[in-house]
Write a protein that binds this ligand. Structure first.
Ligand code: SF4
Length: 127
């Protein structure tokens, strides 16, 4: 155990939509009984890529005592999810490319959490 950054999920705010599950590159988050949960703390690296996609503001990163991040276990977990046919839900709001086709960034648009791809981003920035 060590004091480190780790994702905190506010169950009061979480609506169980599941949008945060696939952005988690470590496969640490799953939906259990209609709420997002960090299944094993050692799978969460605390990078917080899931934060920007949550429409309810239920995700934060906190510093507290937790098991150290286990990179090998996280890679195994994600490989197992991919082998099981994880659903790729994220698409660029502008062109519809998925993360299979282009790198996606989380972004906010008109009050909603969404995704934009690297191919559309320059035109959106510069017009
Ligand atoms: S994105 Fe937010 S509201 Fe949706 S399941 Fe994850 S924590 Fe809950």
């Amino acid at each position: 155990m060590a004091v480190r950054s780790i994702v905190h999920i506010d169950e009061e705010l979480c609506n169980g939509c599941g949008i945060c599950v696939s952005p988690c590159a470590e496969g640490a988050i799953e939906i259990v009984d209609g709420k997002a949960k960090v299944m094993k703390e050692e799978l969460c690296d605390g990078a917080g890529f899931c934060l920007a996609v949550c429409p309810e503001g239920a995700l934060t990163v906190e510093k507290r005592e937790a098991p150290e991040f286990d990179e090998e276990a996280a890679a195994e977990k994600m490989a197992a999810k991919l082998a099981a046919g994880i659903t790729i839900k994220q698409k660029c709001f502008n062109c519809g490319r998925s993360e299979n086709d282009a790198i996606l960034f989380p972004c906010r648009k008109q009050g909603e959490s969404t995704w934009v791809c690297v191919k559309c981003l320059p035109a959106l920035i510069h017009g």
